[in-house]
Ligand binder design. Structure first.
Ligand code: C2E
Ligand code: CA
Ligand code: CA
Length: 338
């Protein structure tokens, strides 16, 4: 039995035994009949587990399975598995609870030290978010940043992190403690979903934080597809106001060299993948990146430094700063200071 649900969505009830071959048949037929570009179908399958199972739930699960094929080339069907449901439930939960997590401070800011390679002294921190949820436990950013981005809610997290680091600076300074600079991460969508420039200006004013204490980390994906030059304009505005702007995960994307030409970054954070696979080849690449950055008058920071061997190499080639487990993983402020 077949029904048309809406637009390009259909529901089929059939015998489980032949479902895979039927989908393949439909897929191949549609693909070979498309004249312009490639027309694809994507299908999700749920195999009924009990007699008279709630039909809406069956279709919901088929849809969950189908969603896992999105954006995966050549994967045109998937069969529902229980973990797909768990992932989807967590996603719904996080989307529904971000306001509460901010309000009740389930979102925590962890700080990872940045060390000056020449003096071997602490010279900054990177602020990294954690979600310590009363129901779902302690979640790393990998579990929620992408979900919040997809749901267009990431600005709530990032503005909260920004507020917390400004607050921390004020608190420590009022206690007469010396502070080091703090960098924080911005997503591409922060520029679209909030007036991030205005918020940053407001928060640094409210907490009386000198602009040079705050560094903004952006990845090159933030800069992708900036046809109207809006993000370029914002970046220039940050720098004009005295905030440093750092290029994060340098070397991991598709257009790294291009963005160096078009922007005046203050620092390059060399992607940690070059150290994870620490071969002679990756050493040549890191060395060349550091040399190039020097000629462009951009500072260099190597991320993911885990061993003395990494550190010695980076010192030898003239990298300016390092960050990684060799010194410390990201920790709550008091712990990292201790
Ligand atoms: P990132 O900005 O590249 O952050 C560095 C990540 O590498 C952190 O993971 C850090 O814990 C990890 N790391 C640091 N040193 C080492 C090392 O020596 N070895 C290894 N193997 N890993 C190391 P984390 O905290 O899980 O963050 C993952 C990503 O989530 C970040 O990557 C960043 O893209 C994103 N993220 C974290 N906090 C925020 C936030 O507040 N806002 C936004 N938009 N994104 C965030
Ligand atoms: Ca970062
Ligand atoms: Ca990074």
């Amino acid at each position: 039995r077949l029904t048309h649900v809406s637009c390009d969505t259909f529901r089929v009830i059939c015998d489980a035994a032949e479902v895979e071959s039927k989908i393949k048949e439909a897929h191949d037929k549609i693909r070979s009949s498309s004249t312009q570009g490639v027309l694809e179908i994507k299908a999700g399958v749920y195999v009924q587990r009990v007699e008279n199972e709630n039909i809406e739930r069956c279709f919901m699960r088929a849809r969950l399975a189908e969603a896992t094929t999105k954006g995966v080339y050549d994967e045109y069907f998937a069969v529902y598995a229980d973990e797909m449901g768990a992932r989807e439930r967590l996603k719904m939960y996080l989307i529904a609870h971000i306001d509460e997590a901010v309000k009740n401070e389930y979102i925590k800011v962890y700080y990872q030290p940045v060390v000056d390679i020449n003096t071997n002294k602490l010279c900054g921190f990177e602020a990294l978010a954690r979600w310590d949820d009363p129901e779902h436990g302690f979640l790393p950013p990998l579990d929620f940043v992408g979900i919040l981005e997809d749901a267009h809610l990431i600005q709530k997290l990032d503005l909260f992190v920004l507020k917390k680091i400004c607050e921390k600076y004020r608190e420590e300074t009022n206690l007469g403690h010396k502070c080091v600079t703090i960098s924080f991460n911005l997503s591409r969508l922060d520029f679209k979903l909030s007036d991030i420039y205005k918020e940053l200006t407001r928060l640094t004013k409210e907490y009386n934080v000198p602009h040079e204490m705050i560094h903004i980390e952006i990845t090159e994906s933030v800069l992708d597809g900036d046809e109207d030059g809006y993000i370029h304009e914002q970046v220039a505005r940050f720098q004009k106001d005295g905030y440093e702007v750092w290029m994060d995960d340098f070397g991991s994307g598709f257009s790294s060299l291009n963005v160096l030409k078009d922007y005046d970054f203050d620092f390059l954070k060399i992607d940690m993948m070059f150290l994870r696979n620490f071969t002679e080849k990756s050493k040549v690449i890191i060395r060349a990146m550091v040399e190039m950055a020097k000629l462009l008058h951009i500072g260099t920071l190597s991320e993911g430094v885990e061993t003395k061997e990494h550190l010695d190499f980076l010192k030898e080639i003239g990298c300016d700063r390092v960050q990684g487990y060799y010194y410390s993983k990201p920790l709550p402020y008091d712990e990292v200071m201790a």
